[in-house]
Ligand binder design. Structure first.
Ligand SMILES: [Zn+2]
Length: 133
């Protein structure tokens, strides 16, 4: 009899712990809603523009249908980052709104309006990337 009571008590305690956990995480996520960032790992960054060499027939039109914009548009691997996601790189927030044949895995292609700027950007590795909610 005593054994059964103990078991019941343990279940009640366990339920209370779970419930308080839900309340706790719930309140923290609402508090941090505007700057809720998730570390995605270290990425390789390259740059592209709307020129024929970079984008072929696509020009500055992105996979999401919008016109690519410097300082906002990045191309990602959809399996890693969902299109429409806000992505933070070096303190700046971009939007994943394009894809690219050469953009696979932990690789992000950053859009620039001129080819000269893509050359200047070059290639960067080991860049910490965050997803912003
Ligand atoms: Zn180009």
């Amino acid at each position: 009899m005593l054994k059964v009571m103990k078991k019941k008590l343990l279940v009640v305690i366990a339920m209370l712990v779970v419930a308080s956990g839900i309340i706790f995480t719930g309140s923290t996520s609402t508090k941090a809603k505007d700057n809720d960032v998730k570390y995605l790992g270290k990425y390789k960054l390259t740059a592209y523009c709307g020129c024929r060499k970079c984008s072929g027939k696509w020009g500055a039109r992105t996979a999401s249908g919008k016109k690519a914009k410097q300082g906002r548009t990045i191309a990602v691997d959809k399996r890693k980052i969902k299109l429409g996601s806000k992505v933070q790189i070096n303190g700046k927030t971009y939007v994943a709104e394009d894809v690219g044949g050469g953009v696979k895995g932990k690789h992000i292609d950053v859009f620039f309006k001129s080819h000269k700027q893509t050359k200047r950007f070059g290639k960067k590795t080991g860049v910490k990337v965050y997803k912003v909610n």
